[in-house]
Ligand binder design. Structure first.
Ligand SMILES: [Ca+2]
Ligand SMILES: [Ca+2]
Length: 716
């Protein structure tokens, strides 16, 4: 059951308005030929929304499929030096795609928070004179590379310190110069000497394009998330772009943004992967109006007759449409129509379920709570309508609900920009009611507040909003349709049950692995104990010989031996640590170890992949592995193909056809222990081994089916 794994590229502009690009606004004063061409080759959505009208919450919603106000950040954005709002143990798009074998790269502005290590162990100094207490020689924690991305190049935010590039989890050079607050740099802080703001956009584009080129060569599906720093301020078009448009420096910067996007699209084309690559282009919120951008949206209308709002009401931070209705173009030559538009309501939170649907992943509990597959809408025709309301969020965390053509703003006004906001001349007379209600099909510019006239509808929509808030999700967890994977999975045809919680089966089908450190003695000492969650019985890794964590002293192994196989096994960890493990073919450990998130941690293909710890349910809960393993192949006594495996943890695919390069456990670990310092792989079928180190780890419902996989493919 091979997944459909197109390449996926998400390009997220920053503060680009609905009316900034020509294919959305024929009166735009900014040429955007590359985006117009993208739209001509794909689907252009006219009613797409960012989940919030500011940066950080939109990014959260896009990557998780969950409304940002359900998380820890209830309003505003992550402050300079602020910590991550993207939960470590939540499934997100890169983590999901990594499970399906994708290379994952992030290029550009993160702005979801990072953990900076400091010289004094205190929190980073956010403002003030002099340099911060951050130790830039140390790694940065909780960034993209700890949230599912293999690599990151970019900046936290171009207008926030530190003014320096970050590659993966380190700054590129030490920012050892202090800069003051200035126009376009609205926070003082450490900077690289001669930091050049103009370079950020082109450098990000170049790095993204190069990475795409490299991944295409490596023949791995790729996911590139490219949150561009532009046209957010600093408004810094390079010299070649200055004065090229009739919309001032802002227009020039948008035009350059279009050109950088063109370079990325060209790299996709040149790599030969265009046909089966889904490109999504959108913006994280409406156009900027605040003091750092001069002239702002409203001033530009007067100065250049360019309306970044595209005639909508409101700007960045506002709950009116201009705050969050954004350009949205999806192009995927292999699967989507070209040159069409859709008027269905879409939200960035829908990207999660869309991608999950494409690769065939279920949307499980605690993931994608506000996400529905948008492919039907993008394809057009019946069935594409968003069947659930969409929630909008303002800069200060106020909410609005959109249902069909109606929008109810649960706020005195849709306005969140204070003195910088809507000029008095544009204001409607009914400004200042307890809420605002508009019928967008008749009043797309939100000029007539129907709150007083249709209070019943307003109250019903408010109740609907409250219900969505309380429910914790706006779409039910779709769940897995597969009954052969995850907790409680029944043995498939041809599988043999090897742990049913009975003493007899333990004694019949298992024995001790008598390796170099074996200390126990038959019969097996592991006890059969009560299942602490569901009643019944299970098997506990508890043997006096292994007390204190003696490695290899009392591990058990199946009497039957296997080459290729499919395995289901459920495990429960009783306390912190709890080191055990499943050794595939008595060689390759898949850890069962609470607290270990490293590449030898829980669920990792040991030392070959990161740990998919986000899918682990934690202490005191049952977890499950479903694994297909294909043994190494030998010809004439020499290994010609390495072992590979595909693994699900708790019903979610976490590894696809991962190649195992060596036996990692060392000389005391398995059948090949004496070969090549413990690294060597031999052509000897072996049993399934379970590790015992004197911890309270329990097993139940394990079954295994021998297989014969002719091709090097373990997907299932
Ligand atoms: Ca933004
Ligand atoms: Ca272990």
């Amino acid at each position: 059951m091979a997944a459909n794994t197109p390449n996926i590229v998400i390009i997220l502009a920053d503060d680009l308005g609905y009316g900034d690009i020509t294919c959305y606004n024929p009166d735009s004063k900014i040429p955007t030929p590359n985006l117009d061409r993208l739209a001509a080759g794909g689907v252009r959505a006219t009613d797409a929304h960012s989940p919030a009208a500011v940066c950080s919450p939109t990014r959260y919603g896009l990557l998780t499929g969950r409304y940002p106000w359900r998380g820890i950040l209830k309003q505003g954005v992550v402050a300079p030096w602020g910590t991550s709002i993207l939960e470590r143990d939540r499934l997100n798009i890169p983590l999901l795609l990594r499970g399906y074998g994708y290379a994952t790269g992030c290029f550009g502005k993160w702005h979801l928070g990072l953990t900076w290590q400091t010289k004094d162990g205190k929190a980073p100094v956010p403002v003030g004179k002099g340099l911060s207490n951050v130790d830039f020689t140390k790694t940065i924690k909780d960034g993209p590379t700890e949230r599912g991305f293999d690599t990151w190049f970019g900046v936290d935010a171009p207008n926030f310190p530190p003014y320096v590039y970050i590659q993966d989890d380190k700054t590129v050079g030490i920012p050892d110069t202090h800069v003051e607050k200035a126009f376009q740099l609205n926070r003082p802080g450490p900077s690289l000497k001669n930091w050049n703001l103009e370079r950020i956009l082109p450098d990000v584009g170049r790095k993204a394009a190069q990475w795409i080129t490299d991944q295409a060569k490596a023949k791995k599906p790729y996911f590139a998330y490219i949150p561009l720093p532009s046209p957010h301020y600093p408004i810094v078009p390079t010299k070649a772009w200055q004065g090229t448009t009739a919309a001032g420096a802002y227009g020039d910067f948008v035009a350059q943004t279009d050109a950088v996007i063109g370079e990325i699209l060209q790299a996709i084309k040149d790599s030969g992967t265009e046909e089966n690559t889904l490109v999504i282009f959108t913006s994280d919120n409406g156009p900027e109006v605040a003091g750092e951008v001069k002239p702002g949206v409203y001033e530009r209308i007067g100065l250049s007759n360019h309306d970044s709002r595209g005639g909508l009401r409101g700007v960045k931070r506002d709950l009116w449409e201009g705050g969050h209705r954004v350009p949205f173009i999806a192009k995927w030559p292999a699967k989507l129509p070209s040159g069409t538009t859709t008027a269905e309501t879409l939200c960035h939170t829908d990207i999660f379920a869309t991608i999950a649907g494409i690769v065939g992943s279920p949307v499980l509990e605690n993931a994608g709570e506000d996400s529905i597959d948008m492919v039907p809408a993008l394809r057009g025709g019946a069935g594409g309508r968003r069947k659930i309301p969409t929630i909008h969020q303002s800069g200060d965390g106020k909410l609005a609900i959109r249902d069909g053509s109606w929008v109810y703003i649960d706020h005195v006004t849709g306005q969140n920009n204070g003195a910088n906001g809507e000029p008095a001349a544009l204001r409607t007379p009914d400004h200042g009611q307890p809420g605002e209600l508009f019928n967008l099909s008749k009043d797309p510019r939100e000029q007539t507040n129907l709150y007083a006239k249709d209070g019943g509808r307003a109250m019903r929509m408010k109740a609907q909003l409250e219900a969505i808030k309380t429910a914790g999700r706006s779409v039910p967890a779709q769940g897995s349709k597969r009954r052969d994977i995850g907790i409680g999975a029944k043995p498939i045809a041809g599988a043999e049950v090897i742990i049913d919680g009975s003493r007899q089966m333990l004694d019949d089908k298992w024995t001790y692995w008598q390796g170099p450190r074996f200390r126990s003695s038959m019969p097996i000492k592991w006890p059969v104990v009560t299942d602490p969650v569901d009643g019944g019985t299970c098997v506990k890794t508890d043997d006096p010989a292994a007390a204190g964590g003696v490695y290899g002293a009392a591990d058990i192994v199946t009497k039957a031996v296997y080459r290729d196989f499919r395995l289901h096994i459920e495990f429960w960890i009783g306390g912190p640590g709890g080191n055990s493990g499943v050794y595939l073919q008595n060689r390759y450990e898949i850890q069962i170890c609470d607290g270990d998130r490293t590449s030898h941690g829980l669920g990792a293909v040991i030392n070959e992949t990161p740990a998919p710890y986000h899918m682990y349910k934690g202490i005191g809960k049952w977890n499950s592995y479903d694994i297909v393993f294909r043994a190494a192949r030998f010809a004439g006594g020499r290994m010609v193909e390495k072992p590979i495996t595909t693994i699900y943890l708790n019903g979610q695919r976490v590894h696809t056809n991962v190649r195992i390069n060596q036996v990692w456990g060392g000389p005391f670990s398995g059948v090949d222990g004496g070969n090549d310092d413990g690294k060597g792989i031999t052509d000897t079928p072996q049993g399934l081994k379970l590790q015992c180190e004197g911890h309270d780890v329990r097993y139940r419902n394990a079954w295994i089916k021998p297989m014969m996989l002719s091709k090097a493919d373990t997907e299932f």
